[in-house]
Structure formats: C-alpha cells, structure tokens
Design a binder for this molecule. Structure first.
Ligand code: NAD
Length: 421
C-alpha cells in the first residue's frame, strides 16, 4: 500500500468539516483535486558559462472565489505534492479571511544559497517567463514564501511587466516598497496572530500577563516575540535550528534579535542576562501559557505533544502539528489557533498591497494595521462561535467556516441540484 501523501492528509480536514455542513457532493468533488498544476524545467546560464536546469511548479488549486493567490518557495526538497498541499491550504486560508481569492502556490526545486545573486535573478526571471500565461493580476498572484523575498518579487514583477509591455505591479505582492509594496507587509503574519491573541484574550483564557515560548526565531518568530513583549508579556523561551534558550524571568528580546541580525544563533546569548541554554524538546514543554510554533512543518508530533503545558498554541508556521499530535492536544484541552487563521495576516496584507496597486493609491501604516486588526478579530470571533456552537476544535471550526464560503461560491456557479431544478 502506498503511503498517504501530504495532500491526502490535508484532505482529511475537508472531509471532517463536511460532516458538519449540508454540502453538495459536487463541492467536495471540486475541492478534492487541484484545478491545474503546471510543471516546467527552467534552464538558466550559470556564472561560469554552463547551463543548469531546475524543476519548477505552479499550482492553481481553486479559483471559484477569485484569482488564485499563493507564494513561491525556493527549496531543494520542494515537490509537486507539497506545492499542491500548500495551494489547498491557501484556498482555505483566503476563504477563512473572506479575501476575494482562490488558492495557489509555486516552487522551484533549488538550494538558493548555492546560487550567486546574478544566478538567482536569472532563475527568478526564468520562472516568470515560463509561467507568464498562468500568472496575472486577475488570474494568479504570487508572493514570497520560504527562501524567497521582496527582492525576488521585485525582479519577477519587472519581468512580467516587460513581457506584457506595461507596468503590472498587481501581478505579485510582497514587493519592495519602492516598487509598489505595502507598508506593514514585513511583520503582517506575526501581527495578525498578535491581534488574535490580544483581542480574543478572554475567549482564549489568556487574560493578564502571559508567559510565551516561541519555536523558530526568523521573520514570524522575531516579530511575534517583540509584539508580545511590548505588551508586557514574558517571553520565557525561544529556539532556532541550532538550539533554544530559556529564562524564568523573561528573555531579553532585543538581545536575541541583535544576535540573529549578526548571523548568530539565539544560543549565543546563553550566559548573558539570565539566559540559559535548553534543548529543543524542553522548549516545547516549558511552563508557558502560550506556545508559538514559528519554524517548520510537523514539529509537534506524537512523540512530544503530551509534554506541552501551554493552554494555547498559535500556529504561525504552516502545518506545525501532525494529525496525531492534534488528537493528543484536543484530549488535553489545549486550544490550537490553526494556521489557516493564525498566520493569515501575511496574505491579508498581501491583499491590501494588491488593492493599493489596482487603485494606484497608498495607504498609511495605521490604515493597514486597523484593517488587518478588523479582519483578524472578525474572522477569529466567527470561528470561536462555530467552535462553541458545534463543540469542535478551532481547527475544525476554521475549516467549517471556510468550507461554507467555498460551498456557497461553488453552488452559485451551479451544482447538480441547481441544474435539476
Ligand atoms: P524564516 O526562515 O524567517 O524562519 C524560520 C526559523 O525557524 C529560523 O529561525 C530557523 O532557524 C528556525 N528553525 C528551523 N529549524 C528549526 C528547528 N528544528 N527548531 C527550531 N527552529 C528551527 O521563516 P518565516 O518566514 O519566519 O516562516 C516560518 C513559518 O511561518 C513557516 O512555516 C512559514 O510557512 C510560516 N509562514 C510565514 C509567513 C511569513 O509571512 N513570513 C506567512 C505565513 C506562514
């Protein structure tokens, strides 16, 4: 028997949500498979004059609610199953937030750290040349993901504009501000999660000063630690790929961010200001109220979920908790704020960037923050109400919330009963 793939596991959530709704079978049939996945081989000239090829994909999973939206990942382990799964999650994430988008995703199988900057630029432009007929401001809108950034988005937007013969900033989000990027995009993922735990504190039982552990100290991890610390919460533990540090009285977040900016691990701060080195497994189990996974997929699993003491988990990473660990946490009555809600601040501010590009008008930072907060709190509260009413986890409630919006759109396009009547 073949092992279930990542998409097979992700689809379990769809089946589960469907049991709570009266959904036409046509809807499930449509959402079970990606609409289109294109695979190409990109050939680029290397600095030494040789040519090298890289596999690349773009998946448009479902576009019923609008143009597909999703990042482009440059990673040596990228593959078609992962791209399609991430595009499936984007479909649900955009529906959770009620953004007028479907879900998409792209990837190149490459280790970008092995490329020079000029080679990286050629690869980024080659990606857009290959997919120019698939992407577009009203068709499919990429953004950064793992190992891609605003510089790469700038090159890609420029390449697309040259191909179509007109400036088209709305084709890609996460661009440099000088090329039509939005203020507030940098910390949007963490800020969305921060608004959720701050403004729904009473629903989450997190009132008062909170003790927080953060797993992963990159973009999402550093910003969430800073935002929560600035509110008087205590960051007791953080980790990165090299290890973890702990302080009962609270870590010095500025010191940790400085160490990362200098290219060092958080562990390099051990011995300073009461910081003490601990193991990665100890971080999961520290005495904290809130645990924030902000690293990679599947890091909370059957083997470590039972040791978690936190009452609430904010999934800033995509897919950090395996289905087995999810069941253990539900049994322990740990509240998990699921990735399709918790880290949706990033795509929400990407949507703001797209709107600003289409309007040719820039918003202020306060406008971006206010609008982000309004949407996070509105959808977070709606999901909490579904969880209460149906006595399900936040994750199942989030999938129910998204599925009801997707089903309404698919049914409005016409399902079998629609044509029978
Ligand atoms: P990043 O590369 O900036 O940071 C990742 C961090 O995880 C690094 O500090 C790395 O050292 C750490 N890490 C790696 N392996 C680890 C391990 N074994 N133990 C502990 N830490 C480890 O990436 P990011 O942009 O912060 O993204 C983190 C997660 O958030 C990913 O799952 C990503 O898909 C998700 N996410 C990010 C955004 C965004 O806007 N940045 C949006 C949505 C979702």
């Amino acid at each position: 028997m073949t092992q279930p793939g990542l998409l097979d596991l992700a689809l379990v959530r769809l089946d589960e949500a469907a049991t709570h709704l009266q959904v036409d079978p046509d809807v499930i049939e449509k959402l079970k498979y990606p609409r289109e996945t294109t695979k190409v081989r990109l050939m680029i000239r290397m600095d030494d004059g040789s040519r090298k090829s890289f596999l690349a994909w773009r998946c448009r999973y479902d576009d019923t609610r609008g143009p597909t939206k999703g990042g482009i990942r440059f990673h040596p382990d990228s593959n078609e199953d992962e791209v399609e799964t991430l595009a499936f999650w984007m479909t649900f994430k955009c529906a959770v937030m009620n953004l007028p988008y479907g879900g998409g995703k792209g990837a190149v199988s490459v280790d970008p750290r092995k490329l020079s900057k000029a080679e990286l630029e050629r690869l980024s432009r080659a990606y857009i040349q290959a997919f120019a007929r698939i992407v577009g401001p009203d068709r499919d809108i990429p953004a950064p993901d793992v190992y891609t950034n605003s510089m790469i988005m700038g090159w890609m937007a420029d390449e697309y504009s040259q191909i179509v013969g007109q400036a088209s900033p709305a084709v890609i989000t996460g661009k440099p501000i000088a090329l039509g990027g939005s203020v507030g995009r940098g910390d949007a993922t963490a800020r969305g999660g921060y608004y959720l735990v701050r403004d729904l504190a009473s629903e989450l039982g997190l009132e008062g000063r909170t003790r927080v552990a953060v797993q992963g100290f990159g973009n999402a991890g550093q910003y969430i630690a800073s935002l929560l610390a600035s509110d008087g919460n205590t960051i007791v533990a953080v980790s990165d790929s090299a290890g973890a540090v702990y302080s009962e009285d609270g870590l010095d977040v500025d010191l940790l961010i400085k160490a990362k900016a200098e290219g060092k691990s958080v562990v390099s701060t051990a011995g300073v200001r009461g910081h003490r080195e601990i193991s990665a497994n100890e971080l999961i189990a520290v005495d904290a109220d809130l645990l924030v996974p902000a690293a990679l997929e599947s890091m909370i699993h059957e083997g470590n979920a039972a040791s978690i003491k936190a009452k609430v988990i904010l999934e800033l990473a995509n897919g950090p908790i395996t289905p087995e660990a999810d069941a253990i946490l539900a049994e322990k009555r740990v509240t998990v704020l699921p990735d399709i809600l918790a880290n949706a601040g990033g795509v929400t501010v990407s949507y703001f960037e797209w709107v600003q590009n289409k309007q040719g008008y820039s918003w202020t930072l306060d406008e971006v923050h206010d609008r982000l907060r309004t949407i996070m709190v509105r959808e977070g509260r709606a999901i909490w109400e579904i969880a209460q009413e149906k006595r399900v986890t936040w994750r199942t409630a989030a999938y129910i919330h998204a599925l009801s919006r997707l089903a309404a759109a698919i049914e409005a396009h016409g399902t079998q009963p629609f044509f029978a009547s």
